[in-house]
Design a protein around this ligand. Structure first.
Ligand code: GLU
Length: 416
């Protein structure tokens, strides 16, 4: 696995900042700087052409002081151990900010899903799960979807785990299809949660959302559902993009139609009545709300001074680098950090786990209502630190998340 990703440096510098502000004990800071466990595996599968394919897989379990490890599984060709470690750390803070009883983990496989058949992906997923099986489980570590994995991937994870156990364990994974114990509203949860945060932030910043212009980088599950939720409250989506590029339309576009177009042609580009733009141009558009919902390191010192949005809501994990953070804050741009903005996904994952453990299925209205209550509470909790500390929202969110985890570790004590 390649090792040159900067994501871990960023995560560690964020932890350092929170530790300093919280006057955290040096030992505790050191403990939180390292994941509890990193598992690296080599996944050998039979490819459709008869050859053997060998793929690197990883699962990083950062901290579980507040509950079992929890986090997504990402399939991405350039995935690195350091990046997954950083993402696992973010999950620990995210679960603490959302105040759900989980720790943080992340996993993934270095694979380009676009070059694999469904059969190959199924074999890859099952083999991966079998290799990390003993470290998984509803009270150990519960995977969920992330980049380039979906409900079907989760179904294979659940089935493999259940087969190896000898009985059905729906609570071993979240983000599953509804028919095998998935929760209503989980698919939309991350995108919807982002917009709940945008609503809260808009209220505080006197930004009218009816007619507000929104640009979304990334049109996967999160970007699409953020667009839908934004449209529901009267926002105008003026631009969206995917890995092939973006589209811009000053009059606003219909996300449902763009999705149909993308499904037909494989790209959002060349959509009727829109101008093709690049991903970089999308980030620099004049708009009210910018939602990066794609990869890490998109807003950096190179383009931060060109960002014209009034508000940035981080639907992706780690889209803004620390120097860009500072630049945006100095420009007076309100930034809702990833660990708060995209916590709706893991929050509804928690609801799914509770439903599975109690063998219940809640109606969509109940899930959505509970999601809004949780997101609003998390936003308020972060904001009260921001006001007390006169800090930016990322610092406030980190202080809340890191502080809660540190308190849990202190209370538990060290064994032996
Ligand atoms: N992969 C998502 C995240 O980064 C969801 C994790 C989960 O639901 O466990 O927050």
């Amino acid at each position: 696995m390649a090792q040159e990703n900067k994501a871990l440096d960023v995560a560690l510098s964020q932890l350092k900042l929170a530790a300093r502000k919280l006057e955290l004990d040096a030992g505790l800071h050191k403990m939180l700087s390292h994941p509890k466990r990193s598992i690296m595996v080599s996944i050998d599968i039979r490819l459709d052409n008869g050859a053997i394919g060998v793929f690197n897989g990883v699962r990083v379990q950062h901290w579980d002081a507040r509950g079992p490890f929890k986090g997504g599984t990402r399939y991405f060709p350039e995935l690195t151990l350091e990046e997954v470690t950083a993402l696992a750390m973010l999950m620990t803070w995210k679960c603490a900010i959302a105040d759900i009883p989980f720790g943080g983990a992340k996993g993934g496989v270095c694979v380009d899903t676009k070059k694999m058949s469904q059969h190959e992906l199924e074999r890859l997923t099952r083999r991966y799960v079998s290799l990390i099986f003993e470290y998984l489980g509803p009270h150990r570590d519960i995977p969920a979807p992330d980049m380039y994995t979906d409900a079907q991937t989760m179904a294979w994870i659940m089935d493999t785990y259940s087969q190896l156990k000898g009985y059905s364990v729906p609570e071993s994974v979240t983000g599953k299809p509804i028919e095998i114990g998935g929760s209503w509203g989980r698919l939309e949860a991350t995108g919807r949660g982002v917009i709940h945060c945008v609503k809260q932030a808009a209220q505080r910043n006197n930004l009218k959302l009816k007619g507000a212009t929104v640009a979304i980088q990334g049109f996967g599950n999160v970007g699409f559902h953020a667009a839908e939720a934004a449209q529901e409250i009267g926002c105008k989506i003026i631009a969206v993009s995917d890995s092939t590029g973006g589209i811009y339309c000053a009059d606003g576009l219909n996300s449902e139609d763009v999705l149909t177009h993308k499904e037909k042609t494989g790209t959002v580009q060349n959509y009727k009545g829109c101008q093709n733009i690049t991903n970089d141009e999308l980030l620099e558009l004049q708009c009210d709300v910018l939602i990066p919902a794609a990869l890490e390191n998109q807003i950096t010192c190179k383009n931060a001074d060109k960002i014209k949005a009034k508000m940035v809501a981080e639907a992706a994990n780690g889209p803004t680098t620390p120097d860009a953070d500072k630049a945006l804050y100095e420009k007076g741009i309100c930034l809702i950090p990833d660990i708060l903005a995209n916590s709706g996904g893991v929050t509804v994952s928690y609801f799914e786990w509770v439903q599975n453990l109690t063998r219940e299925q809640w109606p969509l209205e109940k899930v959505n209502r509970k999601l809004e209550t949780k997101m609003t509470k998390a936003f308020d909790d972060v904001l009260s630190i921001v006001e007390r500390e006169e800090s930016d929202m990322r610092t406030g969110a980190l202080m809340l998340g890191v502080g809660r985890v540190a308190n849990a570790i202190k209370t538990l004590g060290l064994w032996p």
